[in-house]
Design a protein around this ligand. Structure first.
Ligand code: SAM
Length: 193
């Protein structure tokens, strides 16, 4: 099996990728991971989606491509220069809300919110305030993280944080968890009803 064959990327990808490279953004999500986000997003019609860590909007564009017209996505990043690129390419999509905020501050404000899908692609909701993010998941909701396999840009001691996260998710009483040693290393968890 060649897992890169037959994958048709969202229409905006070429322009988005070109602006991402021009901006020198080096933390872009892996295209295979992004393709799995789109596949999973399609399984949540009418879903409320949350992405922590927009970057320039690459993973955002794949999520939007999988979402149906009734779904809504809120995406959060603290770097407005990156968000400008996301706004330029994706801002016309009425299903999308782009929030410039510290991820922790955003999570701490979410009293009463509930999401059917969370892609945690920054420190917040992954290595910080994990339980706060998981508490926002509706029953049956999916929580997805990537970059679980060693990456060249990992800071010192990051491997220990990854191990701790994997351990916590794997033993979490409210979750069923699958770990995929594929692409950058993906974990998909679903909240039990
Ligand atoms: C791995 S990148 C996200 C990549 C993006 N999902 C993509 O598809 O290319 C992590 C992002 O987290 C953002 N970030 C870092 N610290 C943050 C914080 N405290 N609050 C919100 N976002 C933060 C960075 O600006 C960066 O865009």
């Amino acid at each position: 099996m060649n897992d890169e064959r037959w994958t048709v990327a969202p229409k905006v990808i070429d322009g988005l990728m070109s602006d991402t490279l021009a901006a020198g953004f080096g933390m872009a999500s892996d295209p295979l991971t992004c393709s799995s986000l789109r596949t999973l997003a399609t399984g949540k019609p009418g879903g409320r989606f949350l992405e922590l860590g927009t970057g320039t909007g690459l993973s955002t564009s794949w999520l939007l491509d999988g979402m149906d017209p009734a779904s809504r996505l809120t995406t959060v990043d603290n770097d407005d220069a990156l968000l400008c690129i996301a706004r330029h390419h994706l801002g016309g999509d009425a299903r999308l809300e782009i929030v410039c905020s510290d991820g922790d501050a955003f999570l701490l404000k979410q009293d009463g919110s509930s999401f059917d899908f969370i892609f945690a692609d920054t420190w917040s909701g992954k290595y910080q305030l994990l339980e706060k993010a998981l508490a926002l998941l509706a029953p049956g909701g999916m929580y997805v993280v990537d970059d679980m396999l060693p990456q060249p840009n990992w800071p010192t001691n990051h491997a220990n944080k990854v191990e701790h996260l994997l351990d916590t998710l794997s033993h979490h009483p409210d979750l069923h968890v699958s770990k995929l040693s594929w692409a950058s290393g993906v974990v998909i968890a679903t909240r039990r009803a």
